[in-house]
Design a protein around this ligand. Structure first.
Ligand code: PRX
Length: 631
């Protein structure tokens, strides 16, 4: 199933469009099924209703673990690199990982979990996080991993939306020189989560934690009561595998649902091809398992292909900005998959952190999460890849399950800041505001996908209508990505960024409405409007215009109060970079905030604000411009 030449890519692509069922049916043969499918695909985008590999039975962990045991049981599956480089790294072979997943799966059962139950995971980047994820899949429970940067309230909202029965967490996490009290955050969250019966707590940093009798149990104690034999639950291809919450332009985050069969095939196929993974190579993805990149390209994709996946607990700049390069050297990393924001942050330290580092093992580089600017692309290419490692700029989304538009390493000619061409099976089209297809090359438009692929979301948990409205109703019979896109003269795709009210801050997706709601929860705030602005390292920064007539003390302190509120309501990742206090917001006569104007002001543009004649009170714009000059 691995593409080795551009000609083969073209042939496979053609086949995947002309005969998708045959194409994916053949790809799926490379995986292990307990029972074959009777139909590869049935679909419509109007409801939407999408089924891949109907009738097939499998368990994804048999593909990620059991099937490698005979030939590759002693091969490293996970290499864990701790936050503190002085501590030993840990290698888990496929055999060891299999054993630990089975043990933990038995712990889950012992604590009442069964097929179909939802389980929330809130953990540091330690091997036990991957073990917890796989153990859920082993018994057919649905995991909902929540990134460690979210607040108690955000966790509680997610737990309640999915009605989780269990929570898996740790006492705390290390992040550079900080310690994060995960269990304490969970304790706060669980005050408002009536469905949670049990909480399993891993000891990691050994910080004091409260353990509620009858609800909380220690991971280490539970291990003593179970053995390592746990037969995998037989799952239907379309049974739910996991829920992952993600932000949109309106309302609360949505629980994107992925199912077992199609997701497995798509994550495995794209991993093997995009990175051109070769047996025995070491692959390092720097994402957190709390995001989709970690699900698909730290856990499921690499393990389904018998790869060695590095799992890193720390951050790129701790203890020094050489940390990534030290890890590459130490573990002889062949593929490094990271985010533009990390590249830009490391670039800012100059060449010094690279001095004396041996990066010769690197064969493939990857980028994900946001558009990569040309400067960062070239730095990555020259300084890290020494001009010899292809860069795969991979465009995809939580909803797509896997990489959609990307070069295939060593196959597709790359072009700085271009995601290049669609992978086999992916049919992108650009449309104008009215949904009319923009054909030809050298054009720009809104990016949609017109045909299903196995890794796509099936629904949003508990609210199918929302899935339909968000993704399938903007343009008839198309999946709308929310991204703007350029197709150049060569037919190469370049993603230009979101066209909706979603921000991309350091590769994290944040809805402006969510941040506004959080700010508005602060006592005394009357109204707020949030927009993004270009930020050198983060890609986008968060700029908040806030009406707060009776501030509590000085303006600077009041800003800090607001940041505190946002941290409580969403988490530190959503804190505005800039807050501007204003007495009014530019609104149309019908009461709609004109964000276009605020975006320009946030970008530092004070003239050419476009048509302001429809504003209720044009004077307010002048006032905001003046105030913004002093920020
Ligand atoms: O705007 C696109 C941007 O990230 C969004 C998806 O965010 P999320 O669901 O959190 O998934 C991130 C990791 C897959 C997209 O709608 N995005 C992601 N990758 C790229 C990108 N923008 C430009 N180039 C990329 N390679």
């Amino acid at each position: 199933m691995q593409i080795t030449s551009f000609k083969q890519y073209e042939e496979d692509y053609k086949k995947s469009v002309e005969n998708p069922e045959q194409f994916w049916g053949e790809v799926a043969q490379n995986f292990q099924w307990r029972k074959p499918w009777f139909k590869v695909l049935s679909w419509n985008f109007s409801e939407p209703n999408i089924k891949w590999f109907e009738g097939a039975k499998l368990n994804i962990t048999e593909n990620c673990l059991d099937r490698h045991l005979a030939a590759n049981g002693d091969k490293p599956a996970i290499i864990w690199e701790p936050n503190n480089p002085e501590e030993e790294s840990v290698t888990l072979t496929y055999k060891m990982l299999h054993e630990r997943v089975c043990r933990f799966a038995n712990i889950l059962k012992r604590n009442g979990a069964k097929k179909g139950d939802r389980i929330c995971i809130y953990m540091p980047m330690v091997p036990e996080l991957a073990i917890a994820v796989l153990a859920c899949a082993r018994i057919g429970a649905v995991h909902s991993v929540v990134f460690g940067g979210f607040s108690a309230k955000s966790i509680a909202d997610r737990i309640n939306d999915a009605q989780c029965k269990l929570v898996i967490t740790a006492d705390g996490a290390y992040r550079g020189n900080k310690q994060i009290p995960l269990k304490e955050v969970i304790d706060d969250a669980l005050i408002g989560c009536p469905t949670v019966e049990k909480c399993i707590v891993l000891t990691h940093i050994r910080t004091p934690v409260s353990m509620l009798k009858g609800r909380d149990v220690w991971w280490e104690d539970e291990v003593k009561h179970v053995n390592d034999i746990c037969e995998a639950e037989e799952m239907d291809a379309e049974d739910m595998l996991f829920i992952l919450y993600t932000s949109g332009s309106t309302g609360k985050p949505k629980g994107v649902v992925h199912t077992c069969g199609g997701y497995m095939v798509y994550a495995g196929y794209t991993f093997s091809n995009v990175f051109n993974y070769q047996p025995g190579e070491v692959y390092f993805c720097t994402a957190d398992i709390g995001w989709i990149t970690g699900h698909s390209y730290i856990v499921y994709g690499p393990l389904s292909q018998g790869a060695t996946s590095v799992l890193f607990e720390g951050i790129p700049t701790y203890p020094t900005p050489s940390r990534f390069w030290d890890i590459v050297e130490k573990h002889k990393v062949n593929t490094l998959y990271t985010a533009p924001t990390a590249i830009r942050s490391l670039m800012s330290f100059g060449d010094e952190p690279l001095n004396g580092k041996n990066l010769s093992s690197i064969r493939v580089l990857g980028s994900v999460g946001e558009p990569i600017n040309e400067e960062a692309w070239h730095w990555f290419d020259e300084k890290i890849g020494h001009g010899k490692a292809p860069i795969v700029d991979t465009w995809w989304q939580t909803e797509t399950g896997g990489i959609m538009i990307s070069p295939i390493a060593a196959v597709t000619p790359t072009k700085p800041s271009f995601a290049t061409l669609p992978l086999p099976g992916i049919q992108p089209i650009l449309v104008d505001e009215n949904g009319k297809e923009i054909e030809g090359n050298g054009v720009m438009g809104n990016l949609c996908i017109k045909f299903p692929w196995p890794g796509m979301l099936r629904t949003t948990y508990g609210d199918h209508e929302r899935c339909k409205q968000t993704y399938f109703s903007t343009y008839e019979d198309l999946y709308f990505t929310g991204d703007g896109c350029l197709r150049d003269e060569d037919g190469y795709y370049r993603i230009t960024g979101r066209v909706d009210d979603v921000l991309n801050v350091s590769g994290h997706r944040i809805g402006t409405a969510e941040v506004e709601n959080a700010i508005n929860m602060h006592a005394g705030v009357v109204e707020s409007a949030v927009v993004g602005y270009p930020h050198d390292v983060k890609g986008q920064g968060i700029y908040a215009f806030v009406i707060y007539p009776e501030m509590h003390g000085e303006a600077e302190l009041s800003k800090k109060d607001i940041l505190q509120t946002v941290t409580r309501v969403i988490g530190a990742i959503a804190k505005p970079d800039k807050i501007l206090f204003v007495s009014g917001l530019p609104k149309t006569r019908s009461g709609k905030i004109m964000r276009r104007i605020l975006r320009k002001i946030a970008e530092g543009e004070t003239s050419n604000l476009g048509d302001t004649s429809t504003l209720l009170d044009p004077g307010v714009v002048e006032e905001i411009i003046e105030a913004s000059k002093n920020l």
